[in-house]
Design a protein. Structure first.
Length: 64
């Protein structure tokens, strides 16, 4: 069985973490450094969903 948490590009971890904080700020969610267990599922989903949306938009713009 493979570990689904395996990072294909480990160097991207810092960039993705910074991106997460930027998106959280844009959607009005405050994140603390480290563990954010206080977040509601809704807020966590807003952050993750917007991250995916922006990454897809960026990939599509590069394909043109």
């Amino acid at each position: 069985m493979t570990n689904s948490n395996y990072k294909v590009v480990p160097e991207a971890k810092e960039a993705l973490n910074k991106f997460k904080y930027e998106v959280a700020s844009e959607v009005g969610v405050t994140l603390k450094d480290g563990y954010n267990g206080h977040l509601s599922s809704r807020d966590a989903g807003r952050i993750g969903g917007n991250m995916v949306k922006k990454l897809i938009q960026q990939a599509e713009s590069q394909m043109k």
